[in-house]
Design a protein around this ligand. Structure first.
Ligand code: WT7
Length: 654
């Protein structure tokens, strides 16, 4: 095991370039000194309590800031608030109802503008729709939508009535959706007929239909009309969104909810078996996302146009499209489609059109833009941009420099933000008016976050490589895994005593800067999305022609990692003539296109230890074209030679 992790935590790269905050940023930045850091270091809980009262509107103040019974935390205990009130009503009450909340851009080029007053109206009506369908406080509602404003409306409507949403990314398969609905026992599913992607309508309702054929908990389905594609509606169960909204009562008061009321579940991949329903609650989560959206992005709601390019189906969309920016009353862009429709300059066209000032995107997208060349952004006036953000995986220094130069025009600071579905909000990041950045480093924990790098034995490392751990509870932290407290403890709190282990390798340089080094567990990071090797293996093995499968993430210049699978087919008729292409399609059907292996090698055998454990390290070596390391623990070393021969002969991908 130690051996397997070794290459992940070696300290190999030295980056000497530094970028102090530019004068045009420090002039107006919300934070320009270390006062917040000092305040948090002096009094951790007091720091968060002050953020909670400054940034969030409470119906009732809390009695206790934090109850910490490792590994379970509760924040602002006894306090009550309504999250949708914080994101909508309070801005309207303050006279900012006409301010644009969302500039929505459809992929075909159609647009919609929603002000805060309009959002509030829509959310109240939809909250009443949900109530009318029998949704009550504490129930779960599933959301399976394209990137349309109704996704944000549905989430906020759930929050308004104290129902927890569970958003499933629209690119996931019906099987993945069914698993998540079942696990959450959701009552209502909100979906669409279809959405636009790369110039075509992709149907969602048929996938939803397939899923709910196997999910007894779903009583009603609400369908947003977007794609215009033909869909089947089941009488009494399925309802058009626009029909329900037409007759909905326009007022739905925001009732106070307990600070620890479940706000949402979001499923994420773990190292084993089925996805984990990560639980986030109300008061602490809202405090952290409001705080981080404000200070990391240096948000000036009156002048900024914020654009987070993530899908609402991921945590980035939850925290930095819906809750963080809206709680701050910001104006933002929401875009439905892909970056290369109709041309490779679509993002830059959008930045110019709306005057985007703060752009938050992912390294995999940046590397793709690099491939398309600087002439694409050069077609547009990007001078409105003043700050750039990155999230999802380590950003390579070269990608950082390209982003800085060709998108930021050399003038915009870059905030490389490290966090996870589990942390709820940003944890490690520069503050743009304070931190001198280094390309590729997420720099320092934010004020209020305490992170430490430790070695194998759990001893603190002050310089060099190790494992990233968090040592103090934070308000946005996950409250557990839905229905499985033991798995929560086991997954995050058992590797090192009294420490949350995030699953990432990290190093500290001589100046104390943190450098994230990628996952050290069996979780891959494909284009910033976490996919477990086990889940893809299970999907492959569920094909009748497959006997055994081993999956690894191999370094890939565009997607960070690429999924490479090694498959042993079954003897006899089942496995006869199974092709890699069929298996790729099978994985797409089981999990979703996102988990489709880039290459599948059909092999007679897999390298295993004598105890039968698949040696993934060796498979990664093969996949990345490296010569073999130590194979002495292998049961049969000739297997690897055979695999290498096959890898050299049959490279196959898209
Ligand atoms: C994993 C969490 C956080 C929202 C998107 C992904 C990796 C995320 C960074 C970064 C290096 C990063 C980590 C982390 N990651 N941001 N700035 N630098 N690595 O959320 O699906 O929960 O994945 O993404 O490996 O553990 P997620």
């Amino acid at each position: 095991m130690a051996d397997e992790q070794h290459d992940t935590i070696d300290d190999l790269l030295a980056e000497a370039r530094t970028f102090p905050p530019p004068e045009h940023v420090t002039r107006d930045a919300l934070v320009t000194d270390t006062a917040l850091y000092d305040e948090a270091a002096a009094d951790h809980e007091g720091f968060w309590a002050r953020r909670a009262s400054e940034l969030v509107s409470w119906a009732r103040e809390w009695d206790t800031v934090c109850e910490w019974e490792l590994p379970f935390s509760k924040w602002f205990v006894g306090g009550t608030l309504n999250v949708s009130y914080n994101c909508l009503d309070r801005h309207v009450e303050a006279g900012r109802g006409d301010k644009v909340a969302i500039h929505w851009e459809g992929e075909p080029g159609d647009t919609r503008t929603l002000t805060y007053a309009e959002m509030l109206d829509e959310v109240q009506r939809f909250a009443n729709v949900l109530k009318g369908l029998g949704v009550e406080r504490g129930d779960r509602v599933n959301i399976y939508l394209p990137m349309v404003p109704e996704a944000a409306v549905a989430m906020l409507a759930c929050a308004r009535i104290g129902a927890a949403h569970s958003v499933v990314f629209g690119g996931f398969s019906s099987q993945a959706l069914a698993d998540r609905i079942d696990d959450a026992e959701a009552k209502v599913l909100i979906t669409a007929d279809g959405g636009y992607r790369r110039g075509e309508v992709f149907p969602l309702k048929p996938a939803a239909d397939e899923a709910i054929a196997h999910t007894p908990s779903i009583e009603h389905v609400v369908v947003v009309k977007r794609g215009g594609n033909e869909v089947a509606m089941v009488d009494g169960r399925d309802h058009w969104y626009h029909d329900l909204m037409e007759t909905a009562d326009p007022t739905c008061p925001a009732e106070p909810m307990d600070s620890e009321q479940l706000l949402f579940l979001l499923y994420t991949s773990g190292t084993t078996g089925k996805p984990k329903g990560i639980m986030h609650t109300s008061g602490g989560y809202l405090t952290q996302v409001t705080y981080t959206a404000k200070y990391v992005f240096d948000l000036h709601p009156d002048t900024d146009v914020f654009w987070c390019t993530a899908d609402v189906g991921w945590v980035t969309g939850h925290s930095y499209i819906v809750y963080g920016p809206m709680s701050n009353g910001a104006t933002q862009v929401m875009y439905e489609g892909v970056p290369n429709f109709p041309g490779n300059d679509r993002f830059w066209e959008i930045v110019e059109k709306y005057g985007v000032t703060v752009l938050y995107t992912a390294p995999t997208a940046i590397r793709t833009f690099m491939k398309w060349g600087p002439e694409e952004p050069a077609k547009h006036d990007l001078s409105s941009l003043r700050l750039l953000g990155s999230v999802g995986e380590p950003i390579n220094p070269e990608a950082w420099m390209w982003y800085h130069q060709y998108i930021g025009g050399g003038r915009c600071p870059i905030v490389d933000t490290w966090w996870q579905t589990e942390t709820g909000g940003i944890m490690i990041s520069p503050l743009p008016g304070v931190t001198t950045t280094k390309p590729g480093s997420a720099t320092f924990p934010l004020p209020g976050v305490v992170a430490e790098v430790v070695d194998d034995a759990g001893e603190r490392v002050d310089h060099g490589g190790g494992y990233l751990t968090l040592t103090r509870p934070w308000p946005g932290m996950l409250r557990g895994i839905w229905g499985d407290p033991d798995r929560y403890r086991e997954t995050y709190w058992s590797r090192f005593p009294d420490r949350y282990f995030a699953g990432d390798g990290a190093k500290l340089d001589a100046d104390g800067y943190l450098w994230l080094l990628g996952r050290v567990d069996d979780v891959m990071n494909i284009s910033g999305h976490r996919i477990s090797t086990t889940e893809v293996e299970s999907a492959l093995v569920s094909h009748p022609g497959v006997a055994e499968a081993a999956v690894v993430g191999a370094t890939d210049p565009t997607t960070g990692q690429a999924i490479i699978a090694y498959v042993i087919t079954r003897g006899g008729a089942d496995g006869d003539g199974v092709t890699a292409e069929q298996l790729r399609a099978h994985v797409a059907a089981e999990i979703g296109a996102i988990a489709k292996p880039k290459a599948i090698f059909i092999t007679p055998d897999l390298p295993k230890t004598r105890s039968g454990k698949i040696m993934r390290r060796l498979l990664r070596d093969v996949a990345e074209g490296r010569t073999m390391g130590d194979t002495t623990t292998l049961a049969d070393a000739s297997v690897v030679e055979e695999l290498q021969r096959r890898a050299a002969e049959s490279p196959q991908e898209d």
